[in-house]
Write a protein that binds this ligand. Structure first.
Ligand SMILES: [Zn+2]
Length: 936
């Protein structure tokens, strides 16, 4: 059956357009009990069985408590298809009114309207963004989160901005049985330094009652914490008139001293407790006393950086050594201007280790060479780490000397690489200079390590390995050692040849560093890109020496932090360096049944040292409600966290690269979830495929994951660079990056655009707008058939922007966009330094807006722009295969349309066999939730 024929199969797809309706909830108190959303007031036993075209739940008008709504809901129901395979016309969202989100603010009250978005991701993204243009997300009142691809303003009402921490379910099932009936994980995603809007700084809680110690030094007072479970004071604490407080996590009552709590403000007045930020804001930073230091009796220091350059023969020849030198120059410049207290050091390596004395009083660069690569030692101490401003001249001279060696002194270049020994030396340098307080190693690597400790040249068997675990003792040991010493590695791999990426990147993965990969450093202008990437990564660093702990309310506990460094267990993870991107996914488990109608609270505490050397705890708090109703549970599911946890579960079980079976497990998971929904929520009478509104794009995202480089068939090596690099990305990507990676966004530029289309809605230039009437034309699905011959598209995959056009694209459009001569053949068009030129035309400004929008959402300072021309660019077929993830793949993984048909058939089979978890039965019938791959 062809793609075109299948396009019609959406006739069998019925979306619950009224899925996530949240009633107008009156809030009488300053901080309402947000958690218990009775979605169907007055009719708890009302049947939820949908009738064709009739919403299964009350409409907004019938339960908005008398507040008039002016939301026109023009959903046109799709025609019922007699058989899922019969094309019956499409359910394109053009048929659906997508009302701009309108919210009526009442004093002390607010409500979330019931507007829904498309099941087509391309459309859904624009609709969701439009919904959040005019409204502020209120954390105590709103529970349906914006998409990870949406920019929105948020008001912290005692629960944190959901970009900092978000739950997989905001109506938390009362017990494990109800949870298992959803077949979905209960968990959360925390990104402690996610960029938020408005971009206000997270408040630092005073703790200004400084005690002057005997030695005259000031000491910060310890923040108020629960005496039993050690939870930090937060808006969920309840205070009594008798100087007592009840902890919202363990529910234990404790006596507190009012001096503790009702502290004196800087003007000498006793502050009003209600004004205290720690009980009004969902996220604050606490200053903490010395007992919280990472190394006892040692004061924290500003972050130390050590740059390590691979100067082996091939690295010098392919340009990566020079690229690295330039990148270090730019990075040190950045540190000098923005992180003045930080210190830097420089090393290089080939078959020897080379250290540089950067003492500010030196007149010329001094190099120290260590030949003992099996027994590493430091040849100098003073002058190794320096302040980049004080040593500016000697740093420049040193980099110049290294450059001269790389480009000039060719006869002394060595092909062998002692990468392992270089890591040992850099770690030793940081340990020595900071008194074991850690720091950042930023290293380039161009070839397989072949000499000294960590030599991998004897490993000839890699091509037949069928797992993706590091089994090298040296790299496992040094990774663990670096983690314990709070040392983090960023690795820049500059060669496309086999490099045993799983092994050499292990220290970066364990220490929460980043790995960047430039397989074609000469061909792709990657040289310039490497420099931009390095500065970008340094600018994202927020702190180091971090320790994370998640505390859920009693009844729940942490089952797993999805980090290899804690072996996916419940040990509190150490994170040597934390950045804006640092994201941790957490799976929770039940210890006891929760009480329906109460709130359940979650606190993430991140103890860290900021880059200037100040020790803090970031306390991030949010909450959900407890529900015993599966319908309510399904309504407030957050698909993004669900998807991340499913993917992380797959990753942690990649012991054997049996990708065919892993795909089956993912398919099974989706079928299970949708079967449960079908059987328990939407009813089994309909013959249509029904997707829960909160999970309507989950099958497409997971299908795209099944098609990723990570999951490609392993007929050659299971450990090729592309696969390993993809694996690393799934491990480290923030929610927004992962969202664009799984389903890249395509924006057409050859269509008719209105004046306000692709312009910024807000003065801060963060929220991109398009007119509702433009949405159908601007939403391009990721398949070959969607790309028009002669079209022009910007495509973003979370890291790179591609500009697609072909020989039939209007040349005046390309002239306006790129200022290229219309007579120039398209294969001769190039971009200067991989970025968009400024031509000042309307279309060029719109393109710049789009790139700026993508930068901000994914917290990047700039994005590389690459041309993507059919029959011109070498990488066209591989890149387009990844971008156009709705299409059938070379290895015969189905198109999205066909996939839905298959899912539907299997759901019907399961329903017919009565093969699902029932919620009316007692605990006897629990599902076997420890499945082979997916652990829930
Ligand atoms: Zn407690």
């Amino acid at each position: 059956m062809s793609q075109d024929q299948l396009a019609g199969d959406f006739a069998s797809l019925n979306l619950e357009q009224n899925g996530p309706q949240i009633p107008h909830v009156h809030k009488k108190h300053k901080r309402p009990n947000r958690a218990y959303f009775d979605i169907r007031p007055g009719s708890p036993s009302r049947s939820a069985t949908p009738v064709m075209g009739v919403p299964p739940f009350n409409t907004a008008d019938s339960f908005n408590n008398g507040v008039p709504t002016d939301i026109s809901r023009g959903f046109t129901p799709v025609t019922q298809s007699p058989h899922p395979n019969m094309p019956m016309g499409t359910a394109h969202m053009e048929d659906t009114n997508s009302p701009v989100y309108q919210q009526q603010q009442m004093p002390g009250s607010s409500y979330e309207d019931d507007s829904t978005t498309s099941h087509i991701i391309a459309t859904q993204r624009w609709e969701d963004q439009n919904q959040h243009l005019q409204t502020t997300f209120e954390t105590a009142n709103n529970s349906i989160l914006p998409l990870p691809s949406t920019e929105f303003y948020c008001m912290d009402q005692g629960s944190c901005d959901p970009r900092l921490m978000r739950l997989s379910m905001y109506n938390v099932p009362e017990d494990e049985h109800l949870r298992s009936a959803t077949k979905l994980p209960l968990g959360l995603t925390v990104q402690p330094f996610a960029p938020i809007l408005p971009s206000e700084v997270i408040p630092v809680v005073g703790s200004t009652d400084n005690i002057i110690l005997d030695d005259g030094s000031g000491e910060v007072k310890e923040p108020l914490r629960c005496k039993r479970c050690r939870t930090y004071i937060n808006p969920g604490f309840k205070f009594g008139y008798d100087s007592s407080a009840i902890c919202n996590i363990c529910h234990v009552k404790m006596q507190i001293s009012m001096d503790d709590f009702n502290s004196i403000d800087p003007t000498g007045q006793r502050g009003n407790p209600a004004d205290k930020l720690e009980i009004t804001k969902g996220c604050v930073d606490f200053l903490v006393p010395k007992i919280y230091n990472a190394v006892q009796n040692v004061d924290p220091v500003p972050l130390h950086y050590i740059f390590v350059i691979d100067v082996t023969l091939l690295a010098n020849e392919n340009g990566s050594s020079v690229a690295m030198i330039e990148a270090i120059k730019g990075s040190i410049e950045y540190i000098k201007e923005n992180q003045q207290n930080c210190k830097v050091a420089i090393m290089s390596f080939d078959n020897k280790l080379r250290f540089y004395n950067l003492r500010p009083d030196l007149e010329a660069a001094q190099e120290y060479i260590v030949n003992e690569v099996n027994d590493v030692f430091l040849p100098l101490y003073n002058g190794l780490f320096v302040n980049p401003l004080e040593s500016e001249n000697i740093i420049n001279d040193t980099l110049k000397k290294i450059y001269e060696f790389v480009v000039g002194d060719k006869y002394s270049h060595a092909p062998q690489s002692c990468y392992g020994a270089a890591l040992e030396a850099a770690s030793m340098a940081l340990d020595t200079a900071t008194n074991k307080q850690g720091g950042k190693i930023i290293c380039s690597l161009n070839s397989l390590p072949t000499v000294g400790n960590g030599n991998l040249s004897l490993k000839k068997d890699d091509a037949i390995k069928t797992h993706l675990k590091c089994d090298n003792e040296f790299y496992n040991k040094i990774s663990a050692k670096m983690l314990r010493s709070y040392i983090s590695l960023d690795l820049y791999v500059t060669n496309g040849g086999f490099i045993d990426m799983i092994t050499v990147t292990k220290p970066a993965e364990i220490t929460s560093g980043v790995v960047k990969y430039y397989p074609n450093i000469i061909a792709n202008e990657d040289e310039y890109l490497l420099g931009k990437d390095m500065v970008d990564e340094i600018s994202k660093i927020e702190g180091y020496q971090a320790l994370l702990k998640v505390r859920p309310s009693s009844g729940l506990s942490v089952e797993s932090y999805y980090l290899d460094s804690v072996e996916y267990g419940d040990r509190d993870p150490m994170i040597p360096v934390v950045t804006k991107d640092t994201t941790i996914d957490v799976l929770l488990k039940y210890d006891n049944k929760l009480k329906v109608g109460t709130d359940v609270h979650f606190q993430t505490a991140l103890l860290y040292t900021d880059i200037h050397g100040v020790r803090k705890v970031r306390s991030i708090n949010c909450d959900g409600g407890v529900s015993n109703n599966i319908i309510d549970v399904f309504k407030l599911i957050n698909q993004d966290v669900v998807m991340r946890i499913i993917i992380k579960d797959i990753i942690r079980t990649l012991d054997v690269c049996d990708f065919v079976n892993i795909r089956k497990v993912i398919d099974e998971k989706i079928v299970d979830v949708l079967t449960q929904y079908r059987a328990l929520v939407s009813g089994t009478s309909s013959t249509q495929l029904i997707l829960p509104d909160a999970l309507k794009t989950l099958p497409l995202y997971l299908l795209s994951f099944e098609k990723s480089n990570l999951m490609k068939p392993n007929n050659q090596s299971a450990r090729g660079n592309d696969r390993c690099f993809d694996l690393l990305k799934y491990g480290m990507f923030s929610p927004s990056k992962l969202n664009f990676k799984l389903y890249p966004q395509i924006i057409p530029f050859h269509i008719l655009l209105e004046q306000e289309d692709l312009s910024f809605y807000d003065a801060n230039e963060t929220m991109l707008q398009v007119k509702p009437t433009t949405i159908p034309n601007i939403s391009v699905r990721n398949s070959h058939t969607s790309l028009e011959n002669g079209g022009c598209y910007f495509i973003f995959n979370g890291e790179t922007v591609y500009l697609w056009f072909n020989e039939n694209t209007n040349r005046m459009l390309l002239y306006d966009l790129l200022a290229v001569d219309p007579s120039l053949p398209i294969n001769q068009i190039s971009l200067f330094f991989g970025s968009l030129p400024e031509t000042g035309t309307d279309i060029n400004i719109k393109a710049a807006n789009v790139i700026k929008y993508w930068c901000h959402i994914t917290s990047q300072t700039s994005l590389p722009l690459l041309l993507l021309r059919p029959h011109v660019d070498q990488y066209y077929s591989s890149v387009s295969a990844e971008l156009l993830c709705e299409d059938k793949t070379m290895n015969m993984i189905e198109s999205y349309n066909n996939y839905l048909v298959q899912l539907h058939r299997r759901i019907q089979e399961k329903i017919a066999k009565d093969d699902y978890v029932k919620v009316t039965q007692s605990g006897k019938n629990h599902e076997q939730f420890h499945q082979k791959f997916v652990q829930f």
